[in-house]
Write a protein that binds this ligand. Structure first.
Ligand SMILES: Cc1cc2nc3c(=O)[nH]c(=O)nc-3n(C[C@H](O)[C@H](O)[C@H](O)COP(=O)(O)O)c2cc1C
Length: 332
């Protein structure tokens, strides 16, 4: 799989996720086989204003490569300038967000709001492509609402304005994350454009990835929520696509070990205090299927000390150690 001159080692990609896919999580995804990762969405306005907090989102480690920095905004000139500044951090590509449904983004005409103004969307893509040397990609939803499903037209514009690939999450803005992603839209886009198409939406098991590729012909699959607390899913998908084999999920004790490794990475990257806060949602996802998960999650959100969280997780490990009842195998 190639995106312009960038060769990926496989067709399995981590989705950009604000508040989730930070440097530590991306590193976990890469270690388990993700072939491309993205930054959390970055405000073009914030970047151009020199906001230190915005710039923090651009930092990544070499091990995370290939990595795309994702920008959002509604002003073509600001997006172009932000892309130039982002390029100075030497990511492998710039991705433009044309799908974010969040109110504070769409009310400024950015994210999914651009699906209601395709000429501006095209202008943004054109200006950003012109501003940087690295490949530029776009990520879209299917449309604003069910009455305006414009994904195929949007993808054609994205290609015509020079994008190197397009990622598609086929839900409308109105759907948020409810209902089912309509994979037929990914197939329609694949038939309409020549650039690589990255399919996204509702992949939670290796077989889903295989089915999406079979049904749509997409060039790569992108995993978001299905990777939370389950970074090993990238390796499972790669194995399944390569051989048809479905690797079992890790045992509970392995899951705790993986969670603690993730925790240690987060501490190293952001310090104990922030890691404690950021890791709550991740740890809650790692323990989801384990015995007493609800109670563990409650405690995770109460504890205010890294050592105590560590001990809490280690106790889960002791309780489940070697007990085959807590091995969850994927559905056949
Ligand atoms: C917590 C969260 C944060 C997200 N943040 C972003 C983002 O910053 N940029 C983006 O393009 N999509 C974002 N998304 C959407 C995902 O990239 C993806 O398109 C969506 O979750 C559907 O894929 P999935 O079913 O595999 O989760 C986010 C989704 C979630 C759940």
């Amino acid at each position: 799989m190639k995106i312009a001159n960038l060769t990926l080692t496989g067709p399995v990609v981590l989705a950009p996720m604000a508040g989730v896919a930070d440097s530590a999580f991306r590193l976990m995804a890469v270690r388990y086989g993700a072939c491309l990762v993205y930054s959390e969405l970055v405000s073009s306005e914030g970047l151009v204003r020199d906001s230190a907090r915005t710039e923090e989102l651009l930092h990544f480690s070499e091990e995370e490569r290939p990595i795309g920095i994702q920008l959002f905004g509604s002003d073509p000139a600001v997006m172009a300038e932000a892309a130039r500044r982002a390029e100075a951090f030497q990511p492998d590509l710039i991705d433009l967000n044309f799908g974010c449904p969040v109110k504070k983004v769409v009310k400024h005409g950015a994210g999914a709001a651009l699906l209601r103004d395709l000429s501006r969307l095209g202008e943004i893509m054109r200006e950003v492509v012109r501003a940087v040397r690295i490949p530029v990609t776009g990520k879209i939803r299917s449309g604003w609402d069910e009455k305006s499903v414009v994904a195929v037209g949007a993808a054609r514009i994205i290609e015509a304005e020079g994008a190197a690939a397009v990622a598609v999450h086929p839900r409308t803005r109105g759907m948020g994350y409810a209902g089912r992603a309509d994979w037929a839209i990914i197939r329609d886009i694949k038939q309409a454009v020549g650039i690589p198409v990255i399919g996204n939406g509702d992949i939670v098991a290796p077989q889903d990835a295989g089915r999406m590729i079979d049904e749509t012909g997409c060039d790569a699959v992108m995993i978001g929520r299905g990777a939370m607390g389950r970074p090993w899913i990238f390796g499972q998908i790669r194995r399944f696509l390569g051989t048809g084999e479905v690797l079992p999920d890790p045992s509970p004790e392995e899951r705790i070990r993986i969670c603690l490794t993730h925790y240690d990475l987060a501490v190293r990257k952001m310090g104990e205090r922030r890691a404690l806060k950021e890791m709550r949602k991740h740890a809650a996802a790692y323990v989801k299927c384990l015995p007493g998960a609800a109670e563990i999650r409650r405690r995770l959100f109460q504890l205010d000390d890294f050592g105590e969280v560590r001990r809490l997780l280690e106790r889960v490990d002791e309780r489940t150690h070697g007990d085959p009842r807590f091995w969850k195998h994927p559905d056949p």
